[in-house]
Write a protein that binds this ligand. Structure first.
Ligand SMILES: CC(=O)N[C@H]1[C@@H](OP(=O)(O)OP(=O)(O)OC[C@H]2O[C@@H](n3ccc(=O)[nH]c3=O)[C@H](O)[C@@H]2O)O[C@H](CO)[C@@H](O)[C@@H]1O
Ligand SMILES: C=C(OP(=O)(O)O)C(=O)O
Length: 430
């Protein structure tokens, strides 16, 4: 199992590039199920979850060519024949890919059999709202041996009001509605940029969608979709992680190839914290004097649906809060168990207590190197950030979590002066 060895103390200087968003790429790959034609996706990140989705699509009969190394990370997917519309547990158990293929599979083939997503380290991943929505569109859904089976002759348009804002639920049902008979009106939709990105691809494929990016989406179903070419949005969470890396190390870092318009709530919290930001069209320069200067100040954050503060940045912001003067409170409202980094940060010398959904971080505490364990994707990122300012050499175990969603993170960070190296089998060469 791979580990990272990180020696703290270097300010990060220079330019670091952001890859395409995994959380956009995964639904966009699933959208290729909706047509027999070829779908070409650019800016697909080279991360483990994308490999898993490739395996999943191939297991159903799709042809997938991941174009890493090619210009634009251009990827070709063709689902001319879907001989086996099944999302097998062995393939999807490490990610929520099964829920993302449910809608497109049933819309295209009239039948879908998908493994129910299991519990995940950060909390439950229920899909009751997906099921309710598909049933409202006329699907018959049964459950057996850990699998959901959905059948229909053709989905019908419906009026669906989400009880709760759900990103994957909005994406899944949107992919179902584009091939349904008639109009579907969705209310209380997720407004995340990843939903808008998916809607842009679907529109390029011939779908009729209005309102993506707002809480009301209207879809006029069409009989058939065609192939398209689409460029995946930059990863706002990777960009945010790099901004914090610049801020926490007292660096001067240009975070390039990002979309600052997707980062509003994070940028305002970083500014409140005392970090200097120069926001350009597709780059953000972050400057800070570092923790020792006393420049960083405690701030309170509370995770919310977009455009609120993203749950996917909570762990990384907590690492920064350990280096800010004063007490910060961090409230996690989306997932019930997304504080597993707390114990590991405390092992490095942080002073964090948790009560219910709120963590209180009392800073500033100098961090010391330690051997720590990555428990999930963003928790891993927070430990890397902490290790970049810790005194001495930290060893981060189980970095496979990080490989799910960050492309060549150690190479990118080394390129701007971090001392970080991978030990063990290199991801992608196994
Ligand atoms: C709103 C939100 O911030 N969603 C985050 C969530 O998306 P993800 O799509 O995984 O989760 P959802 O947005 O679907 O879930 C939001 C909330 O709704 C609940 N729920 C969801 C579906 C359902 O059928 N029933 C139900 O009760 C979930 O338990 C959760 O509490 O995790 C992703 C990975 O960390 C993040 O990128 C998303 O930003
Ligand atoms: C937890 C994440 O991903 P997933 O929802 O795919 O598990 C994430 O992107 O932070």
């Amino acid at each position: 199992m791979d580990k990272f060895v990180v020696r703290g103390g270097n300010p990060l200087l220079g330019t670091i590039k952001v890859s395409g968003a995994k959380n956009s790429a995964l639904p966009c790959m699933a959208a290729a199920i909706l047509t027999e034609d070829e779908v070409i996706l650019e800016n697909i990140p080279q991360v483990r979850d994308i490999e898993t989705e490739r395996k999943l699509l191939e297991s159903m009969g799709a042809e997938v060519e991941l174009g890493y190394g090619r210009a634009q990370h251009r990827t070709h997917i063709q689902c001319a024949i879907l001989s086996d519309p099944v999302a097998k547990y062995e393939i999807v158990k490490t990610m929520r890919a099964s829920s993302l293929v449910l809608g497109p599979l049933i819309a295209r083939t009239g039948i879908a059999r998908v493994a129910m997503p299991g519990g995940c380290a950060i909390g439950g991943r229920p899909i009751d709202l997906h099921i309710k929505g598909l049933e409202a569109m006329g699907a018959k859904i049964t459950q057996d041996h850990g699998y959901l089976e959905a059948r229909t002759d053709r989905l019908k348009g419906a009026h669906i009001v989400f009880d709760k804002i759900t990103v994957t639920g909005t994406e899944d049902l949107l992919m179902a509605a584009v091939l349904a008979d008639g109009e579907t009106l969705f209310e209380n939709c997720a407004r995340e940029p990843e939903v808008t990105d998916l809607a842009a691809l679907l529109t390029a494929m011939g779908a009729k969608i209005e309102g993506a990016g707002t809480s009301t989406i209207r879809v006029q179903g069409v009989a058939k979709l065609h192939g398209a070419r689409h460029r995946i949005n930059p990863d706002r969470i990777e960009a945010g992680t790099f901004l914090i890396a610049g801020a926490i190390t007292g660096g001067d870092l240009n975070v390039d190839c990002c979309d600052p318009s997707h980062l509003g709530s994070l940028l305002s919290k970083l500014e409140q914290c005392g970090v200097r930001l120069d926001v350009g069209k597709d780059a953000i320069r972050v400057r800070s004097e570092g923790a020792a200067s006393g420049q960083l100040k405690a701030v309170n954050i509370s995770t919310e649906e977009y455009p609120g503060f993203p749950t996917d940045m909570q762990a990384q912001f907590m690492a920064l809060a350990t280096q800010a003067d004063g007490a910060s409170t961090i409230t996690e409202n989306i997932f019930e168990n997304r504080f597993m980094h707390v114990q590991e940060l405390n092992r490095m010398g942080a002073n964090i207590t948790v009560q219910g959904r709120t963590a209180t971080v009392r800073g500033r505490t100098p961090l010391e190197s330690a051997a720590v364990m990555c428990s999930d994707l963003r928790a891993s990122a927070s430990l890397v950030l902490a290790a970049l300012v810790a005194d001495g050499e930290s060893i981060l175990d189980r970095v496979y979590h990080m490989d799910r969603g960050y492309e060549r993170i150690e190479e990118k960070l080394r390129g701007v002066g971090a001392q970080i190296r991978r030990m063990g089998d290199v991801f992608g060469k196994k």
